[in-house]
Write a protein that binds this ligand. Structure first.
Ligand SMILES: *Cc1c(COP(=O)(O)O)cnc(C)c1O
Length: 375
């Protein structure tokens, strides 16, 4: 599914030199390495402010908390995402409201969001949190329009989308705030846990910086209950090296995705729905997709996955159980059937191996195995 050693081999000298520099400085928390990475990241996504933190989950919480979201407020997001999209809302004390996804892109559906807004007209809706799932930006034209009509904040969960864009505006500068994850499997990844948020205003920037360091403006004077979510200098140094290679890596991902499309189509496997075959990923013409994942809809998905696993081909299901059906989120009050598009996606999606160093012959092997399964 993913071989980290190939990428490491290609940047080993550069990364080790950056790590050595941090070791020589003996500055391990925040400091010049973090400031330097924050500037490079802000520049890369054309955002006025970027704040490094300990994880993508923390970046989501910091983004919401920096905007003053808390008890008594409501935030709308998608049930078809990683758990943190919802748990970060709960962590602020706000109420998560869920809306279904678009069946083509798997991203939060603006029409469903609009329906939820109308159903919950009494609640203090403060923000909508679309997730750029699999590396493709959510429909930002429509969310911008809803924002102008209803006056909420837009917060991007861009954990899977560093380098993605909507109408050439990079993820990280689309919303009022945005959260990124650098977990090792992400398309921009650290050597451990790390995250970053971007902010559109100096007020949000200042508030987030204060919250990531125990709510301190002055040392040992705590104006608010923050948290420890500082970014390690070593992670920042690694990330700054990798950020320089990211445009090329994202381009390689797009080329690999295009080649999967071709190979699966030539094999006669591609179809419009799962009754007829495999459904290929859909790219909105307004989106610059970075293919953090290449996700198909597959008939008899679980049997296919087992068949591939038996042939040493790794695949993954993102995500097998929508968030409204998670045991720990039962108190949100949703039931099976509430989000049918998400529920169907959860039973059909399969992520095939995709990373910049994946070889042509390996891609061919994956497609041959899929073909022999359906024969
Ligand atoms: C990975 C991920 C997160 C959480 O990031 P961590 O760095 O693992 O805390 C949040 N949202 C989405 C969509 C993710 O994929």
């Amino acid at each position: 599914m993913l071989d980290f050693s190939r990428q490491y081999a290609s940047i080993r000298e550069e990364v080790l030199a950056a790590i050595e520099q941090v070791c020589d400085s003996q500055r391990f928390i925040l400091g010049p390495a973090v400031e330097s990475f924050e500037q490079a990241a802000a520049l890369a996504c054309n955002a006025p402010h970027a704040i490094g933190c300990a994880s993508g989950t923390d970046a989501l919480w910091l983004a919401l908390a920096a905007a003053g979201i808390g008890p008594g407020h409501a935030v709308i997001t998608t049930p078809f995402s990683f758990f943190a999209s919802v748990s970060s809302i709960l962590r602020t004390g706000a109420q998560p409201l869920l809306a279904d996804i678009d069946p083509l892109t798997f991203n939060l559906s603006p029409q469903s969001v609009n329906e939820v807004i109308l159903q919950h007209s009494g609640s203090a809706l403060k923000a909508v949190l679309p997730v750029h799932l699999y590396g493709q930006c959510a429909d930002w034209d429509a969310f911008q329009e809803l924002k102008h009509r209803h006056g909420f904040l837009l917060v991007e969960d861009a954990a899977q989308a560093f380098g993605a864009a909507w109408r050439d505006t990079p993820a990280g500068s689309l919303g009022d705030l945005a959260a990124f994850s650098f977990y090792p499997t992400k398309n921009l990844s650290a050597f451990g846990d790390a995250g970053l948020l971007t902010a559109s205003s100096p007020e949000f920037d200042e508030h987030a910086r204060m919250l990531r360091a125990h709510g301190m403006r002055r040392r040992y004077f705590h104006d608010e209950i923050g948290w420890n979510s500082r970014l390690d200098s070593l992670q920042a140094a690694v990330l700054e090296v990798k950020l320089r290679h990211l445009p090329r890596w994202n381009q390689q991902r797009r080329e690999l995705a295009h080649r999967y499309d071709q190979l699966l189509t030539e094999a006669g496997l591609a179809a419009r729905n799962t009754a007829e075959g495999i459904v290929l990923p859909f790219t909105d013409p307004r989106a610059t997709h970075v293919f953090h994942q290449y996700v198909i809809r597959a008939p008899r998905r679980d049997a296919l996955r087992q068949y591939l696993a038996d042939r040493q081909i790794g695949t993954e299901v993102y995500y097998p159980l929508p968030l409204h059906l998670q045991t720990s989120l039962a108190s949100l009050g949703y039931r099976q059937g509430d989000f049918p598009v998400s529920e169907q996606a959860a039973s059909e999606v399969l992520a095939l191996p995709i990373y910049p160093e994946l070889r042509d012959d390996e891609q061919q092997t994956v497609v041959d195995a899929i073909l022999s399964f359906y024969k």
